[in-house]
Design a protein around this ligand. Structure first.
Ligand SMILES: [Ca+2]
Length: 375
């Protein structure tokens, strides 16, 4: 009898060992390159030992550090961590291989929406955002708040919403100081298309900001945006300091015409065979219609363009599969809510008050981004 009791204790401690306890500092770390709704599935939670099969999913703890400029590995230090509220997609709330947890995580760079335009601020240390997942012995109360957004009569119908696209890859450290990094090289290849994740709406204007550096021994080379503006680079001495370059910024509008899905950059070498240009960053703002459009790299944004308290906007998102979609509300200050919209036969719709800026994401569980497991 005593033996059986010991075995039982051993079994209990083994089972408990397969689950994490945040109070004891145990966690699994994940990272992402993207801003939007992410998902963790049951298999991952089980395999990483966060929870065991059959455990209540509401014990999960998801924490991140949304503010500050610390390197993100250091940024996981306990002090600045905040909860990321999540939505459990599971019929009985108990962990199995097919369970899903949905939650919002921002990329480390900032896209601030103001005056119908997103402005971009890069993060100095990291292109990945890190967050951690653990569990408590009982419910963590980190369920995402539900938000009723029933249709309101006499509301303004929104037909176009603003999207952003950023290309800011860091491959090349030209002067070797480690402080400035550059992306695509325009040398043998002098023209590159940058695909937009969604097509721009027809007959709208696309706002393009480009920063690039170049070296050339003439002052006639230039950066051009196809169907948009251009800017020339001054000449620099390429013989003595091989990596010396000059920098130019270009801000230009391009008409979308019948709809556009790429921004094309060209470096005109003006016959100067030694000339070369490196892209620093490309920031694009463009308009899209409201139709549901999944993309592997981007989740369409819907804004209410607030005119003040007492006003309402209505969104109607056309889709063949309304019941498969989840609508999330991004609120000022970073809170995210689980919207209860109106499900039609071929659309999802809701009305939003306009006393403050509200942004929405409409995603199916297939579109939710999958974070990378770190350790
Ligand atoms: Ca279940």
């Amino acid at each position: 009898m005593k033996n059986a009791y010991s075995w039982l204790l051993l079994l209990i401690s083994f089972t408990a060992g397969a689950q994490m306890n945040w109070s004891e500092g145990e966690y699994a770390s994940f990272s992402t390159l993207r801003s939007g709704i992410h998902k963790i599935n049951g298999t991952t939670l089980i395999n990483q030992g966060v929870l065991g099969e059959g455990d209540q999913l509401d014990r999960l703890v998801i924490l991140h550090r949304p503010e500050g400029e610390l390197p993100h590995i250091n940024g996981l230090s306990n002090g600045g961590l905040q909860p990321t509220y999540y939505k459990v997609v599971d019929s009985d709330g108990m962990l199995d291989a097919n369970s899903l947890v949905l939650f919002y995580v921002n990329a480390p760079y900032v896209m601030e929406f103001k005056d119908s335009t997103y402005s971009y601020s890069e993060h100095s240390y990291s292109e990945r955002e890190y967050f951690i997942i653990s569990a408590l012995p009982t419910s963590s109360n980190q369920h995402m708040m539900e938000q009723d957004r029933a249709l309101v009569s006499n509301a303004r119908a929104i037909h176009l919403v603003t999207q952003f696209h950023v290309v800011d890859s860091a491959h090349t450290n030209l002067v070797g100081t480690g402080r400035r990094w550059f992306g695509d090289l325009f040398d043998f290849t002098t023209q590159r298309p940058y695909n937009l994740p969604l097509s721009a709406a027809p007959n709208t204007s696309i706002d393009i900001k480009v920063n690039a550096v170049a070296r050339a021994n003439s002052s006639t080379t230039k950066l051009e945006i196809l169907d948009g503006g251009s800017v020339s680079f001054p000449s620099v001495g390429t013989s003595s300091v091989a990596d010396y370059v000059t920098e130019r910024a270009l801000h230009s509008d391009v008409p979308a015409g019948s709809g556009l899905n790429a921004v094309v950059l060209n470096y005109d070498k003006a016959g100067n065979s030694n000339a070369a240009m490196w892209l620093d960053k490309l920031v694009v703002n463009y308009w899209a219609n409201l139709d549901y459009q999944p993309s592997a790299t981007y989740q369409k944004r819907y804004q209410n363009f607030p005119r003040g308290a007492g006003n309402f906007s209505t969104f109607e998102v056309s889709t063949a599969t309304p019941q498969s979609l989840h609508v999330f509300e991004l609120r000022p200050g970073g809170e995210v809510r689980d919207v209860q919209p109106n499900f039609g036969t071929s659309n999802v719709s809701w009305s939003a008050p306009e006393d403050t800026l509200l942004q929405y994401l409409v995603v199916s569980t297939n579109d939710a981004f999958v974070p990378r497991f770190e350790r």
